[in-house]
Design a protein around this ligand. Structure first.
Ligand code: DGY
Length: 326
């Protein structure tokens, strides 16, 4: 199939079912290979489906390890991920093979920050316990001591990772009069901190964290960063929120702290080894759990797809990529 200008359309493998508007635009500008039943492809399947493709559009849950990158057909010149995170892709292997990689930063900031606040409030105020009570017809009426949660307004919020999403969480939390503390590799310019207190040492941040919200990308340095030792530094009764990546948290340590009452609650949208959660989370009443919904709004998912396509379009037009990672 040719473009109206006579050039041959590049072949694009879509590893998942993407939003309709995104798929329609992809079908207009590329010869697309679609995933009819939207099952999660394994690495061998991706390599096989990519036969003859010029590029692959993947999602955050498609694992693209070095072995797969080396097994991709020579025709594949670009991987556009429908995500801001790139931890699922072996970037060094892509670079070695000369495969360009792009991501979708910026467009999911608000949706993810909204979910962080939902988790913070839901965990603190025991929303899932309350909701279950009603759905299971077990509510016996208002009582002065019933389902008493953690007060949010005016408390200290510690943000680990003050990038776009961390900053958007801080802006929202100010609406709850929270005192914002943060750690980031680099301190923000003072004018952009908007009153937040910087902690050069991430461990110092923990001591002031009535609420800890994690916004660090997955990396070897952040693997199981929130471990038993760091949890011990948190104030008793703290609430932990994670919308970044599950691997930043040591599940065993977090579950033990939730079970012992060291921590009041946790609100989690991401898990190591998704979609299989550590079995310790679900039975705990003080966990508020969501299935990786951070970016799941109609507007955001369209924007992620269009951003991925903008990156592909730029690549095939020989222009600089807006969001080139490798
Ligand atoms: C991302 O883009 O990395 C998110 O985790 C998907 O919601």
């Amino acid at each position: 199939m040719n473009h109206p200008n006579g050039t041959k359309l590049p072949v694009l493998l879509l590893t998942r079912r993407f939003p309709d508007a995104v798929t329609a635009r992809a079908a207009r500008d590329y010869r697309i290979i679609v995933n009819e039943d939207d099952h999660a492809y394994g690495p061998d399947e991706i390599a096989a489906k990519a036969e003859g493709a010029d590029a692959v559009m993947v999602s955050a849950v498609d694992k693209i390890p070095g072995d797969l990158i080396r097994a991709l057909p020579d025709s594949v010149r670009m991987i556009a991920t429908f995500s801001v995170g790139t931890d699922h892709i072996d970037l060094a292997a892509a670079k070695e093979r000369g495969i360009v990689v792009s991501n979708t930063p910026g467009v999911l900031t608000d949706a993810t920050a909204d979910i962080a606040l939902l988790l913070l409030l839901g965990a603190a105020r025991r929303a899932s316990e309350g909701e279950r009570l009603i759905r299971e017809d077990r509510w016996e009426g208002w009582a002065p001591t019933h389902l008493v949660g953690v007060h949010v307004t005016g408390k200290r919020l510690a943000i680990l990772g003050m990038g776009r999403i961390g900053q958007a969480v801080a802006r929202r939390a100010r609406g709850f009069d929270m005192e914002i503390h943060y750690h980031n590799r680099r301190r923000l310019p003072v004018g952009e901190e908007l009153g937040a207190v910087y902690h050069a040492d991430a461990d110092d941040l923990l001591a002031v964290a009535d609420f800890l919200s994690i916004h660090s990308p997955a990396s070897p340095e952040t693997h199981h960063w929130l471990n038993a030792e760091r949890i011990a530094r948190l104030p008793d009764g703290a609430v932990v929120v994670n919308t970044a990546r599950g691997s930043v948290v040591d599940d065993e340590a977090l579950i033990a702290a939730l079970a012992s009452g060291k921590l009041a609650a946790a609100g989690l949208d991401v898990f190591e080894n998704e979609p299989r959660l550590h079995p310790g989370y679900a039975p705990l009443a003080n966990t508020f759990l969501l299935p990786h919904l951070g970016s799941a709004t109609d507007q955001t998912r369209d924007a992620m797809g269009f951003t991925a396509l903008n990156n592909l379009d730029a690549f095939f037009a020989g222009r600089d990529l807006p969001n080139r990672v490798v």
